[in-house]
Design a binder for this molecule. Sequence first.
Ligand code: SAM
Ligand code: SF4
Ligand code: SF4
Length: 331
Amino acid sequence: MIQDRIGRPLTALRVSVIDRCNLRCTYCMPADVFNKNYTYLKSNEILTFDEIQQVVQSAMQVGVRKIRLTGGEPLLRPNLSELVKKIKSVGIDEIALTTNGLLLDEHAETLYDAGLDRVTISLDTLSPSIFQKMSGTSVSIQKVFSGIRAAQKTGFLSIKVNAVIQRGMNDGEILPLAHFARTEGIHLRFIEFMDVGHTNQWSKDQVVSGREILEVLKSRWDLVPIPPKKNHVAQDWIYEDGLGKVGFINSVSEAFCGGCDRGRLTADGIFYTCLFSAKGHDLKRALRESYDADLLTQILKSQWSEREDRYSELRADKNEQPRMEMSRIGG
Ligand code: SAM
Ligand code: SF4
Ligand code: SF4
């Protein structure tokens, strides 16, 4: 198995399948930037399902065992379940999806039948008005709840909810979200608001740290830490009354680059070795100009073995470096 310069293997690949979205979350795709004048990828620039399958096959040669489909909003990509089938057919251990849940109601069952193992739904609030404010749209939050219900009716190995808490926006939603997740038997994870891209007006003042969120939860429930698994980015805690667990992805306040084993592929086929990379490697050229599986594997090997990214651990004063937007790199 290949390792990067500081001994980290490549075991997971996040695949963005589209750069468009049906929401305009203020921390990801603010509506004033991602408006009708914004230039999205053209359809011929986006990797086909066969091309994504080829990348997955080569990535498996380098050590990848898990795939996560993301976006933009991945459920906007037509026939996504066909991609799930294609990826499953090459023998990947696990395939997961991160979605805003709006279209999950209509797709959950087909995705499950196609072989999707896990689903993560992003939901930052239970309040219809905060949802509209944070999502930059007038879409009803009920669509997300219907998506969650549909996922619960299938046999997914896990259904998680990701919540980003922004100070002054939804910091009053910590207890309601936790209560909801406990009652629904859903694993809730709090992700710290990150300085990805350049358009979300990130400032450290708006970051509510995982530690702070944990204190809020502890004011209501007794929680016990679960010993971390190797290369696990989330810190999980179990409710002492046995009603579920809750996780924290403290990517800003407690960086975890040392265990980072994920590569990222944009919808147009650029491979990044870090969420904050200034530069990626264009695999589309290797795929489209006389495709050679061994060559693709070699590219992935050399990209990973040269990797020394530790952005979150170094973070300070890096804001000037050009970075990919979250909607392109997929989280
Ligand atoms: N549209 C899908 C969704 O929202 O689940 C998938 C793509 S989205 C980019 C993936 C994840 O990134 C979501 O859980 C979202 O909350 C998270 N995200 C986006 N911008 C973020 C930011 N600035 N800081 C932390 N997480 C962010
Ligand atoms: Fe869309 Fe997901 Fe970004 Fe929200 S976080 S704008 S749902 S891609
Ligand atoms: Fe991995 Fe880069 Fe995030 Fe560190 S900053 S955990 S290397 S993606």
